[in-house]
Ligand binder design. Sequence first.
Ligand SMILES: Cc1ncc(COP(=O)(O)O)c(C=O)c1O
Length: 376
Amino acid sequence: MKNTDFIFNILGEENLESVSPPIFQTSNFRFRNFKSFRDALADEEKALIYSRGNNPTLGVLAEKLAALEGGGKALLFSSGMGAISTAILSVVKSGDHAICVEGAYSWTHTIFTKILPHYGVDSHMVPAARLIENITPLTRLVFIESPLTKTFELLDLKLIANAAHAVGAVVMIDNSYSTPLLQRPMDFGVDMVLYSATKYIGGHSDVVGGVLICGSEKYSEIFKNEYLAFGAIMSPMSAWLFLRGLRTMPIRLKQIAATTKQVIGFLESRPEVEKLLYPGSISEQQMQLFQSQMKGISGLFSVQFKNKSPEVMEAFVNNLRFFQMAVSWGGHESLVLPYALWDEQKHSGMVRFSIGFEEPETLIADLEQSLDCLSV
Ligand SMILES: Cc1ncc(COP(=O)(O)O)c(C=O)c1O
């Protein structure tokens, strides 16, 4: 028996009935003969050749994510930014006009303000309210986040998609806050959907990854070009962890939303709070968008406290016992992020919370004791 036959026998279909999909921790795949190798190379998009292209563990995850999105095909990346940068570079070229909503994630902001101009793209950050009036006949890309993950402002997806499509531009959304369970942007005409899977898809703060979902024609184009060439691929082990995360995503989001509502309710009753920012909270028009585009909230929201003193804010976050101070969000543990870390003057008194799986009573008691410390 040849060595190759031995391996094919072990990996026969009957041995692949494990309830949890196996982790194909391999860089490459072997062929039984010259013809099957040549056939695979002729259609790399569908073949198992090299794990920078396809890998079965990633294939299972990609199919599940596309199904959740209600259509399209998914490409998987080593980080959310891997997905976002690959998507953007697959659409714009030198001389194009591209816009991104102001308040988008910081590294997306860097792509639009530093990296794209370097390659001759006329790219700009634009306030949400002025996005549509900034679409011109030269616009090729409109990049949005809705809700934005600092102010939680929502954008009208259908209106933006119609305006962008009228000039032949592509609309991309970073949908990380919502996951496909709370918002399906393609239903409103958005062309490409991006995720930091690191957040709710993984859900346990133990793996970094990204997802790009688009129509099958664009998928083929990206697969054969940017995906294989840039190589920012997800590892099989990460894909397996994201598959595990996906199984509990509906119950995690349900519990997180219920706890978040209780915590928000508590904060609303506190005299120290000036403003609470979460999807639909800002105005009646925002509430209407929330009801028409989203199925609910997740666990991320911002609080503007009345007291803007940097020392008071520092004492408040230092006093918290159950909210851990860290970047990122969407995991099992509740987090707090004081924006003054970046700019004390501009963001004084503003804090973002990410709610995890702790009991709401525990989190509320924690906030209460820290707020009480401030008033003595
Ligand atoms: C809204 C948003 N989009 C994208 C990203 C980038 O994702 P990743 O860290 O997986 O590259 C983040 C990360 O914090 C984020 O908060």
